[in-house]
Design a binder for this molecule. Structure first.
Ligand code: ADP
Ligand code: ZN
Length: 514
């Protein structure tokens, strides 16, 4: 398609002077009749990739979208710009639908938005060769590898057989490599061109802190942010309410938000937040989808998210205006264990557990966090980012072989496996019930780690887990056990390098006192 024509259309219907990175390439590929998969972060400008071709292509464009609210917004927006478009979903009356079917038959529409559940009813009004383009928004919903699997999406594979001559454009904001391939496989577009935009949001700072005294840490965080908008994400409805109440008591304009609050009240809270009437929303993950607020200055995760896709999407709601914004994640083992339990009850348990593991590794990282995060989405940063806590305060490594040997031999000598806390108690020679009951004071390893504080031991053991020398047996009450690799440290004196945690723990202690 002629480039001038594309730019003219962009200007005429959308009011923009130039394309964003990738938009032009994607649109050209659509006009070439190819199948395409687009991975672009939220706010990246995916819609234009199918809306603009839809205006210029001769026949109708079918758009599959799962979010009824967004569908309406988009159609209203298009109509306001003079593009004939309509949508079909379960919220409409029979008469409304009939009117739309008529419009399709009379070729009056350029775009028809359809919820996957309503696809069957529109199907018979569409003819192969008379559909110019099929766009599938939120395409990750088709894959159980994705984080937002929707059963209604799995039937979309039939579209390629039903409309073999129509190019498919699948779009999503979140898809790791496995999900990407799964989307193409399930949609029967194995040769689709993949367009992957950069996910790097340089203006978001990344920070992870131990989840101790979280409220005090948040209160301190907010000291100089009395007018900045932000979101605190929590795992449970109860936590959102408790936290909002505590913040209110401190004088903040905070509000809880979760799916248990009735619909009208929820939209009121959203509006108040968007209009800066409310400063802080304490929310479950129910909050955020489709919220367009550009000046959210910070996002805190009170609890750990269950995977990196969710985490990135949630922190991504901060700083849409491109200005510096901060994110803070609290990391706690109690959360990990809770999420572990949720995942174990899920249908695709293995996938969920693997994703949680990646989330945990990110939280415990000792190298640039952004590198790890972007690496997860298949993007590789050359340089460390300089805008994460690790880059700002890099750990120093030292020969920790003796520390490692103490911990490993302590676990080796236990008859039954024990959780981290008991292992540390033995190393530090603590007197308590578990120790006495099991006669642990008689072990040769009892008290050999007195010189290291409880908290430091915990940090070192986490590092040993991440180095693959120890593992947590989730099937055995989260007990610690040695891995095969531990042998070379125990018996062949292989060296172990540990990050110096004293610095970081001291810093955390200091923060707590302030
Ligand atoms: P996504 O669907 O990827 O989340 P949208 O398509 O909603 O993103 O676009 C996000 C915002 O960027 C919208 O306000 C849109 O109008 C704007 N936008 C898209 N393309 C351009 C462009 N080429 N120039 C300027 N703004 C654009
Ligand atoms: Zn970094």
């Amino acid at each position: 398609m002629n480039e001038v024509k594309l730019l003219d259309t962009l200007k005429e219907y959308f009011g923009y002077e130039k394309f964003r990175p990738l938009q032009k390439k994607i649109i050209q590929s659509v006009f070439d009749g190819k199948d395409n998969l687009v991975i672009m972060p939220t706010g990246g400008g995916k819609s234009i990739c199918y809306q603009l071709p839809a205006i210029l292509l001769p026949e109708i464009t079918l758009v599959i979208s799962p979010l009824i609210a967004l569908m309406k917004d988009q159609v209203d927006g298009l109509n306001a710009n003079g593009v004939p478009a309509a949508y079909l979903n379960s919220s409409q009356t029979e008469d409304q639908r009939e009117a739309i079917f008529k419009q399709i038959e009379n070729k009056e529409l350029k775009l028809i938005y359809v919820a996957p559940e309503s696809l069957q009813i529109v199907d018979r009004f569409l003819v192969d060769g008379k559909v110019s383009l099929i766009a599938i928004d939120e395409a990750h919903c088709i894959s159980s590898w994705g984080h937002d699997f929707r059963p209604a999406y799995t039937q979309l594979g039939y579209l390629k057989n039903r409309f073999p001559s129509t190019p498919i454009l699948a779009l999503t904001a979140t898809a790791d490599k496995a999900t990407r391939n799964d989307i193409c496989r399930q949609l029967n577009i194995p040769a689709a061109k993949k367009h992957i935009a950069s996910f790097d949001r340089k203006n978001l700072s990344l920070e992870v802190k131990p989840g101790i005294k979280r409220f005090e840490q948040i209160a301190k965080f907010l000291k100089n942010r009395t007018s900045e908008s932000g979101i605190v994400y929590c795992l449970s409805r109860k936590t959102t309410e408790e936290l909002a109440a505590k913040l209110k008591a401190k004088g903040f304009k905070a509000e809880a938000y979760h799916a248990g609050i009735d619909h009208d009240q929820r939209s009121q809270i959203q509006d108040d937040f968007i209009n800066d009437e409310k400063q802080i929303i304490c929310a479950t993950i129910a909050f955020g989808m489709g919220i367009d607020k550009s000046n959210i200055r910070w996002v805190i995760h009170y609890n750990m998210p269950k995977n990196l896709e969710g985490y990135y999407q949630e922190i991504g709601r901060a700083g849409r205006d491109g200005l510096e914004s901060e994110t803070l994640l609290f990391h706690s083992y109690a959360d990990v264990i809770q999420l572990q339990k949720f995942a174990s009850n899920a249908k695709n348990e293995e996938v969920q557990l693997a994703k949680l593991d990646r989330m945990k590794q990110y939280s415990e990282a000792l190298s640039c966090r952004r590198k790890i995060l972007l690496g997860y989405f298949g993007e590789y940063l050359q340089e460390d980012c300089g805008n994460c806590d690790i880059c700002r305060n890099p750990p120093e490594f030292f020969d920790g072989t003796i520390i490692a040997q103490k911990a490993l031999s302590c676990i080796y000598r236990l008859k039954a496996s024990e959780p981290i806390s008991v292992v540390i108690d033995i190393l530090r020679g603590s007197q308590n019930e578990v120790v006495r009951k099991n006669n642990y004071q008689e072990l040769s390893t009892y008290g050999i780690g007195k010189d290291i504080s409880w908290q430091n031991w915990q940090q070192y053991i986490i590092q040993l887990i991440n180095l693959g020398l120890l593992e947590i047996a989730f099937d055995k009450n989260n007990h610690l056990q040695l891995t095969e690799n531990a042998k070379s440290v125990l018996f062949s004196k292989e060296k172990v390098f540990l990050a110096d945690v004293k610095q970081q723990v001291e810093k955390a202690e200091k923060d707590k006192k302030e």
